[in-house]
Design a protein around this ligand. Sequence first.
Ligand code: 2YP
Length: 242
Amino acid sequence: MMAQDDENAMLNYGINFLDVPYVAHTLEVNDNEELVINCDEVDCTTFVEYVLAMALSPTEDGQIAEGDFAENLTKIRYRDGKIDGYPSRLHYIADWVNNGVRNGFLEDITAIKSPDTQKVELSYMSTHPQLYKQLANSPANVERMKEIEKSLNGSTFHYLPKEKLTNEGLLWIKNGDIIAITTNTPGLDVAHLGIAFYADGKLSLLHASSTEKKVVVSKVSLAQMLNKNDKWTGIRVLRMKK
Ligand code: 2YP
């Protein structure tokens, strides 16, 4: 039976994904946007989405009902839980977080605990359509993404600058919290997602690693990961809320 409190649920389900292969673009398999469930091949975002959908789902003698999982995954991945074409998928993490907070299943812990803020200045997808199959051949989708970017731009979000994160982590960052790594890449807010995991007294990251090509617990601390990457500026910390 999965542990009752949410923190362990996120970790229990996340740990079950260890060694699952990292595969990009697993959601881009259909011409028409529909819910894709593929827990055998994950990227950083789909890994966190599947774990969150599991942790939000009730269990009946240790089993999650397929319908509950699909319903929660739809709530997580699509704006207000409605699948309405490619642009209805929550592509930017700023949008993904807003949706989770608005719909009551995510809490923005950084908003409560960290005074530092960043402005939302999104343009990456509409200025790199060639990187996205559903944008490369659809000016209509590019226009829709521009509208979504515009609707999000100008707002601010709280984050923890990497200079303020230590190897040991912080008391208000808990096991199982969702970690969004913020970036200075022009037009993008977040560059990677994972799950907070304290091991041997240091805050590590349980994540689908594009370099190790599978789900791993980082060998180095999250703080060291951030310090090794000039494009990474800090973290947002989100917590599942039932
Ligand atoms: C997201 O990228 C995509 C979604 O379209 C896609 O690229 C963007 C802005 N969004 O539905 C989703 C699932 O495939 O991935 C993620 C990507 O991280 C990759 C997957 C990774 O590190 O494994 C999210 O946006 C999380 O961080 C960024 C990162 N995208 C880029 O760096 C362009």
